[in-house]
Design a protein around this ligand. Structure first.
Ligand code: NDP
Length: 417
């Protein structure tokens, strides 16, 4: 099976390592903006795998560049691990060239000042009640196009979204008749030793964290100020951490796909140093996405900040500690209320030893490979646009154990109030 991977950053590095270990993928082309990164990874992996690995340069913002590459390479499936800005262009290219599509993050507009985009965004804010810059409407709108083409688009197969959504489908299949409450807890207990750095793409990360929070309750969105809701939780393998309620994309798809759910919340842990730096950068305008004039040229503040911050890919060797990500479910089974907690613990240094990337990239890259393999092998099949919780979770859960992200079910968890 011929796979085209687009992007060669932290997540892609892990996903491609894992694809090279999976015999489903007999040919892999790594294509990105900076081909030297693809060449270096291909060279490292070739002695370890039977898969034939090639590389290419591609501009994933350009339909022309994508279709030129895809018409030549003729992939069966495309794994998009570039940036959310490129989701729609890559989906269009897949439709034009007859390939399945897989990604880990939903579409975001790069230019949020574009009046055409803004008009649609403001209408959606009013109709749906949350103000995040990203939502699934753009990609769900491709449903008929993928159906008519007989192709599969699998959205959001990272950890969150991705594994958290598969945990939900698994809990519903094996532990509940109905799930009423879902709390998704994302804890990073890793320490990279810098006063401030982001674990994945700074633009995407800082936009997400500095935005309003929101959760789903009784059929509608409840929006909060950034970091307004704080809880403390004792995480297995990590210890006590402060966590804050954020808007997160899987809330939107789980609210649609899990019948009877009453509330879905998402919490992420942050240290005081991270929050202090982020607030300060926001207050001085460094998180802005609108170009500003500086000494005769235009610069985008957040892009300039990205150039100053440590490259997330460089954090691997220095990050120690563990991540613990999972979901607490409360619902009913045979008329009785019950709660369970399904989670994975991942060690930064072990992830680095295996792939050269830290656990945040590892916990995203492994599930990116798993979702891609299930689509590529036809175990998950169907024409149209799907979120991961719409398929049978069992083969995915087995592959998490097999490929380095073993999970635990705690049938007596401490709940979040
Ligand atoms: P990085 O910034 O490390 O990597 C992005 C890669 O995409 C780089 O190789 C970059 O090239 C390439 N790229 C960017 N723009 C283009 C373009 N126009 N054309 C071709 N290639 C391009 O990001 P990450 O690896 O950290 O993240 C990858 C994806 O994973 C993101 O969409 C992110 O949102 C998602 N993610 C999902 C998570 C989940 O749990 N679901 C968690 C973490 C991340 P270059 O090397 O030239 O910069």
């Amino acid at each position: 099976m011929k796979l085209l991977v687009i992007g060669c950053g932290g997540v892609a590095t892990v996903a491609i390592h894992k694809c090279a270990q999976n015999p489903t993928f007999t040919e892999i082309c790594i294509a990105s903006r900076t081909v030297s990164k693809c060449d270096a990874l291909a060279e490292k992996l070739r002695p370890t795998t039977k898969a034939v690995i090639t590389t290419a340069t591609v501009n994933a913002d350009s339909l022309e560049s994508l279709t030129a590459l895809m018409n030549e390479y003729k992939p069966h499936t495309v794994l998009n691990v570039a940036l959310p800005y490129q989701d729609l262009t890559i989906m269009d290219a897949c439709l034009a060239c007859g390939a399945n599509y897989v990604d880990t993050a939903n579409y975001e507009a790069e230019d949020t000042d574009d009046p055409a985009w803004r008009a649609i965004y403001e209408k959606r804010c009013k109709e749906k009640g949350f103000t995040a810059y990203f939502d699934y409407s753009w990609q769900w709108a491709y449903q008929d196009k993928f159906k008519n083409a007989g192709l599969t688009a699998l959205l959001g197969t990272g950890f969150d979204p991705g594994v958290t959504s598969v945990f939900t489908a698994y809990a519903l299949k094996h532990y509940f008749d109905e799930i009423h409450y879902i709390d998704i807890l994302d804890c990073n207990g890793g320490d990279h030793g810098y006063p401030f750095a982001t674990n994945f793409n700074p633009e995407i990360n800082l936009r997400e964290v500095s935005a309003n929070g929101s959760y789903w309750e009784d059929g509608h969105w409840v929006e909060t100020k950034p970091m307004e809701i704080k809880r403390e939780y004792n995480f297995a393998g990590v210890g006590d951490k402060d966590m804050y309620l954020l808007h997160h994309e899987e809330i939107e798809s789980l609210a649609k796909n899990i019948p009877g759910v009453k509330r879905i919340r998402f919490f992420m842990t942050f240290g005081q140093s991270y929050l202090m730096h982020m607030n300060c950068l926001q207050n001085v305008g460094m998180l802005g996405t609108t170009p500003v004039e500086f000494e005769g040229r235009e610069i985008v503040p957040i892009k300039f900040l990205k150039a100053l911050l440590p490259d997330p890919a460089s954090l691997g060797p220095r990050t120690v500690g563990k991540t613990n990500i999972g979901c607490i479910f409360t619902g009913v089974k045979d008329g009785k209320e019950r709660s369970i907690y399904i989670y994975n613990i991942c060690d930064h240094q072990e992830a680095f030893k295996e792939t050269g990337a830290q656990a945040v990239s590892y916990t995203t890259g492994v599930p990116a490979m798993i979702g891609t393999a299930l689509v590529a092998s036809g175990v998950w099949s169907g024409a149209g646009v799907y979120n991961v919780e719409e398929f049978d979770p069992d083969p995915y859960m087995d592959m998490l154990n097999q490929y380095g992200l073993p999970w635990v079910v705690d049938e007596n968890p401490v709940l979040v109030d």
